[in-house]
Design a protein around this ligand. Sequence first.
Ligand code: C2E
Ligand code: CA
Ligand code: CA
Ligand code: CA
Length: 281
Amino acid sequence: RRSKVSGKAEAYQFQAFDMAREQFGMETGLRRAIENGDMRLTYQPICDLATGRIVAFESLARWTDKAGQVHAPDAFIPVAEESGLIVPLGRWAIAEAARTLAAWDARSGGDCGAKFAVNLSAIQLQRDNIPVLIERALATFGLDGRRLSLELTESALVSDPDRIAGIMHALKALGTTIAMDDFGTGYSNLAYLQKLPIDVLKIDRSFITGMLVDRDKIAIVRAILSLSQALGMQTTAEGIETRELSQTLAALGCTYGQGYVYARPLEADAAYAFLAASQSA
Ligand code: C2E
Ligand code: CA
Ligand code: CA
Ligand code: CA
């Protein structure tokens, strides 16, 4: 018979083992999903707050496993980053977004009227040659670099700032827009804002949600808006869920808005239909 103490130690061991196994299971599943094409991109519209027009779509990865369960990127992106799978996943996402955008252009007989935003993880930027991948994707699908916006987080700037600056300049040379994602949540020494070629600050959802009833939040949002205006940058507010928020942000001079009030992330065909409907409205 096991003693109480060794039973407890065993329980701890099993817990660690389970966690490792779960991580391994997800890693294996993720590797297969990337190989088998079980990943897909959904597209969430981004609205010009002054005109109400849809001007862009952010591509957001989804993984539906064999059991039909949909995994959110907050669960699998960290696993992809730790395991190195972010490299093939990121390569796929760049190519898939470019392929889809070219298909939308073909369907609309020219420029479909929207840009695509692609998320780049800090690890992916460290481990892969992103400018070359973007250049190749643009060439393969006959796209102008101005059609893509690349979203980076402040965490990308931490490890090797000079290298990241070089990457950002190479991306700008291709004509792409560069957006600083989740702005305000990272560890920020704001000095980078004057050194790096950043076009857009994306104000994190945590400041937008509840901003109408929280003086501190609206103070932060106003500060980000005036900072970006002074630096000649544009702004996108994330996580806009109500009309009131969208109207307030427009009145405060925020350039773009994104959130459930316009649309949730949509499957490619639904997103294309959403764009077409918004253009004929
Ligand atoms: P993110 O880049 O900040 O993307 C915005 C997230 O907010 C998305 O979550 C989107 O579905 C969600 N969202 C948009 N509007 C609203 C709203 O009004 N209310 C609420 N509550 N949420 C809203 P999602 O799709 O789960 O993605 C989570 C994160 O995963 C993304 O955050 C991004 O950091 C990462 N991610 C997603 N796709 C990719 C990808 O292809 N590559 C990389 N590297 N990261 C990705
Ligand atoms: Ca993003
Ligand atoms: Ca974001
Ligand atoms: Ca966010």
